[in-house]
Design a protein around this ligand. Structure first.
Ligand code: NOJ
Length: 533
């Protein structure tokens, strides 16, 4: 066991280790932006190791680490040139092993990012495949002859703009890339591709990783007839291809070769019913599928509740929903929901049924403003979500040495929004996340309880969560006005506020007629049940 400093107050222990992904809170680290230990302005694995006490203090059960593999970094690591190593920017395999073992010794699991839809054009498979039309690896990728006019084979568009096809002069064919031309799509119709990716999974599972987040898992299958997409649906060629489920089942079967591993999918689709198909029968596809419709429907209780309720109704028995508000691809949610939402959104996210993911920096209220034009780097315009983590009020927010230019500029609110300042302030966003995660870790109702709506309006969401005789009330007021709520139909006894976005309300006893202050949220438990426990 490490002798760790007391720099950070330790949270209550995490939830049961073997229920880490069902009942725990998970946390996404975008490694370029977390902590730079080497002084080159880019975050690295040794930097994460040096912050394990902080991670532990949050009370999280696991981390999803965005890609750390060797990469030309055209898409900042989602263009992988070697699935079985670590990019020198981040460290090496032995540093990775140290990170994994130190996380495990603190009871924190590690989920790697698996990018099975495409490689970098610098990957040895693509170099080989593009060496000749008869290369044994040719069929690892999707090639097609030019269209009748000599142009691309069809009208498919790449996600970052332009055609999804790039002409490869030496062999006279086009190759498909759903993202950048430097990210050729793998051909999942070729069973050798599945075998190769399954071996990648085994390599990391054998090293001890606990799961994978699977990049654009819903896009693995493409229309083999290469038909044009209709103008109103530029993703028709990847959506509703039943074969995708065969591929996901193969990935799941690989995870099931090992004990207790988990797959969470980047199911970036807006139709809930379609998204839930990626859970298969509840035991043969993904363990978790990120609920993008929920994250993207807006700060509106009616819309959110509708999606949650549909999710609960349609999800296979025994499977768990998976919620987040932010990640490295989306503008951080305070930009989309408004900054007044920061604290109530924390209480809501951590009170929902299912597994919540917190995106690094959200727990200190980072807002993710877009950096100035001349500092933008990302082909997808997502730089705002990726600015360096704010550790303290020193220059560069303590992310990298003060005399080094960080790879993206630090947000200019870092003097007030940072770990060091919030650490000592009980009413800070960081303190709220810690209290809320700690409370959730000890609450059967929040971890695995049922959900019952009590009142839903555009800007008001009141519901209960119940597991056996443990019941809690969750009330979220998203509006600028106070909201009066009558709880008499649901609770016979008064309630005590266990956690609130307004710290001063915690511990207070509320009656059946309560007023929820503007832009606030609370979790309360019946007084009697607390007294009898
Ligand atoms: C989704 C990833 O999260 C994103 O960052 C990346 O650009 C694309 N997939 C392509 O890998």
């Amino acid at each position: 066991m490490q002798n760790r400093s007391n720099e950070y107050r330790m949270s209550r222990p995490q939830t049961e280790p073997d229920l880490w992904w069902q009942e725990g809170v998970l946390y996404q680290i975008y490694p370029r932006s977390f902590f730079d230990s080497s002084g080159d302005g880019v975050g690295d694995l040794a930097g994460i190791i040096s912050k394990i006490d902080y991670l532990s203090s949050l009370g999280i059960s696991g981390i999803w680490l965005s890609p750390i593999y060797p990469s030309p970094m055209k898409d900042f690591g989602y263009d992988i040139s070697d699935y079985l190593d670590v990019d020198p920017t981040f460290g090496d395999l032995s540093t990775f092993d140290r990170l994994l073992s130190e996380l495990h010794s603190c009871g924190i699991k590690l989920i790697m990012d698996l990018v099975p839809n495409h490689t970098s054009d610098r990957h040895e498979w693509f170099i080989e495949a593009s060496s000749s039309i008869t290369s044994p690896k040719r069929n690892f990728y999707i090639w097609a002859d030019p269209g009748p006019d000599g142009g691309p084979p069809n009208n498919w568009k790449a996600s970052f703009g332009g055609s999804a096809w790039t002409y490869h002069e030496p062999t006279g064919q086009y190759y498909l890339h759903s993202f950048l031309p430097e990210q050729p799509d793998l051909n999942w119709r070729n069973p050798e591709v599945a075998d190769a990716i399954r071996d990648v999974m085994r390599f990391w599972f054998d090293r001890g990783v606990d799961g994978f987040r699977i990049d654009v898992v819903h896009m693995l299958a493409k229309d083999p007839e290469l038909k044009d997409d209709p103008p109103d649906n530029p993703f028709a060629h990847v959506l509703s291809r039943p074969e995708v489920h065969d591929y996901v089942r193969l990935l799941r079967a690989t995870a099931d070769e090992y004990e207790g591993r988990m797959l969470v999918g980047e199911t970036f689709v807006l139709d809930v019913d379609y998204l839930l198909e990626f859970y298969g029968n509840g035991a043969d596809e993904l363990h978790l599928a990120f609920n993008f419709p929920f994250a993207l429907c807006g700060w509106n209780a009616r819309y959110m509740a509708k999606i949650l309720e549909r999710t609960l109704e349609k999800i296979p028995a025994g499977a768990r929903p998976c919620f987040m508000f932010s990640n490295h691809d989306l503008p951080r949610h305070p930009r989309r929901f408004g900054e007044a939402s920061i604290k109530p959104a924390a209480v809501l996210l951590l009170s929902l049924p299912g597994t919540p993911f917190v995106y690094m920096g959200e727990e200190i209220g980072m807002t993710g403003k877009t950096p100035p034009k001349e500092r933008l780097l990302d082909p997808g315009g997502r730089d705002g979500a990726r600015t360096p983590f704010q550790w303290n009020r020193s220059p560069n927010a303590g992310f990298c040495p003060p005399d080094i230019e960080p790879w993206l500029p630090v947000s200019d609110d870092y003097e007030s929004v940072n770990v060091e300042v919030e650490e000592t302030d009980p009413s800070s966003t960081l303190s709220l996340y810690r209290r809320m995660i700690s409370y959730r870790n000890g609450s059967a109702a929040l971890k695995r309880g049922s959900y019952s709506p009590l009142r839903i309006e555009d800007k008001l969401w009141v519901f209960t969560r119940k597991a056996d005789d443990d019941e809690v009330l969750v009330a979220v007021n998203m509006s600028d006005e106070p909201a009066d709520v009558d709880l008499s139909s649901a609770f016979a006894n008064p309630l005590r506020v266990a956690v609130s976005s307004l710290r001063e309300l915690e511990g207070s006893v509320i009656s059946q007629d309560i007023q929820i202050p503007p832009n606030s949220a609370l979790v309360a438990e019946p007084v009697a049940s607390e007294a009898s426990s």
